[in-house]
Design a protein around this ligand. Structure first.
Ligand code: GDD
Ligand code: MN
Length: 383
């Protein structure tokens, strides 16, 4: 088989064929986000082909420039079958953002989202499509938790956290469905057109976000499917995903007032308090420093730890390395120093007007945190 690159180059040198006759958009687009899924992609296409015989469909892989060359495999398949399309996103990462971008690229009447790792049962697509065609529903969820569905492909630990996340989402976001964490669903395109401007592109939980943004007007159905174990490659769900999810809950619970990233920034700040106390104790007990010197050293250590945690988690899509990281660290110190001054200023001023210690202290901290977050986002990890 010729390499993907030679095929692409060959395509460039052949003269344009006759322009094709007008062709209407397919009825169904299946959006498949991918990151390092090259071994799974051909199988997904094969299975969809089989499952959707007789349906006018297309599949759009949205790949975040996977190092394993997933995009090249998609191009190769697309060269042979025009129903296979690919979007290669460069310099961006994120499941939700990839799904949104793929869905927005569709002209179809119905749009599905499905994972590339064959954990979702493509045969459920036909049932979903029929439900939407019947006109009684706007969105159909493939659920592991309605009767006849199963989560066999999940480890006990993953099953427990998936259940817990589902519970939290139902409670906080007011979404009355059994599997709001599902990554497998199909919707009428109007649902997307209406909600797209309000969706968070960060994070994993695209369906929970869609449901809460759409509100109670959408008519939702759930159908069971068996969640299969992953065949090739590895899962990308990690600590960052959990952090993002907490952020999404906070963002949605406060009507988007609290941005997802800010919650991550605050959680990192909370770990900074622990680091600070540990460093303070060490500086006093082990190094035998005076309190003032020990406190200053502990502050520096905590700021440094906050910087690197934020660099690794909160701003991982804009992570700084090498010299840029050192420059960023210096800027972060400066921002936090001013943040501390404004924190103390606000708290002292409030306390002199209204001597409620906790209110003054809390307000100062909020002002400091918002300042640190806003300036860090604008200056240290700017896009
Ligand atoms: N473009 C892009 N960018 N795709 C991504 C990214 C990313 O940053 N991260 C993951 N993906 C793709 C994977 O390649 C895969 O096709 C799909 O998104 C799901 O990723 P997995 O890593 O397989 O996730 P999972 O199996 O642990 O989680 C699935 O089940 C969860 C419920 O337990 C997903 O469907 C989740 O959405 C779902 O909540
Ligand atoms: Mn998976």
């Amino acid at each position: 088989m010729a390499s993907p690159t030679t095929q692409i180059m060959a395509g460039l040198t052949t003269p344009d064929p006759q322009p094709p006759a007008t062709q209407p958009a397919p009825e169904l687009t299946i959006v498949v986000p991918t990151f390092n899924e090259r071994a799974n992609v051909p199988m997904v296409v094969e299975r969809v082909r089989k499952a959707l015989a007789g349906v006018a469909w297309e599949i759009i892989f949205v790949d975040d420039d996977s190092p394993d060359g997933t995009s090249a495999v998609v191009r190769e398949l697309g060269a042979r079958d025009a129903r296979v399309r690919g979007i290669r996103r460069v310099g961006r990462r994120g499941l939700a953002g990839a799904c949104i971008e793929g869905m927005l690229a569709s002209q179809a009447r119905y749009i599905a989202v499905m994972d590339a790792d064959l954990q979702h049962d493509e045969r459920a697509l036909v049932d979903m499509l029929e439900l939407l065609r019947a006109g009684q529903h706007d969105l159909v969820i493939g659920s592991r938790y309605v009767s006849n569905g199963s989560a066999g492909g999940l480890s006990p630990k993953r099953l427990a956290s998936s259940r817990l996340a589902g519970l939290l989402a139902r409670w906080l976001l007011g979404i009355p469905v059994s599997d709001p964490m599902s990554g497998f669903f199909m919707l009428r395109r109007e649902v997307l057109d209406e909600t797209a401007p309000r969706l968070a592109t960060q994070g994993f939980k695209i369906l929970a976000d869609l449901l809460s943004s759409a509100g109670s007007k959408v008519r939702v159905a759930e159908i069971p499917y068996d969640f299969r174990p992953r065949l090739h490659g590895t899962s990308k769900l990690d600590a960052q995903v959990v952090l993002d999810f907490l952020g999404l809950l906070a963002a949605k619970a406060t009507g988007n007032v609290v941005p997802v990233r800010f919650v991550s920034f605050l959680l990192v700040g909370a770990t900074g308090i622990i680091v600070h106390l540990a460093a303070l104790k060490a500086a006093l007990a082990t190094l035998g420093l005076e309190f003032g010197a020990a406190q200053s050293l502990a502050t520096l250590v905590a700021m440094t730890s906050n910087f690197f945690l934020n660099n690794a988690l909160t701003y991982r899509d804009q992570r700084l390395t090498g010299l840029a990281a050192l420059k960023g660290l210096a800027a972060f110190y400066a921002i936090c120093a001013v943040g501390a001054v404004s924190n103390i200023g606000v708290a002292t001023w409030l306390y002199s007007n209204e001597p409620i210690w906790w209110l003054a202290g809390l307000s100062g901290s909020v002002v400091g945190a918002v300042w640190n977050y806003t300036l860090s986002s604008a200056l240290v990890w700017r896009r």
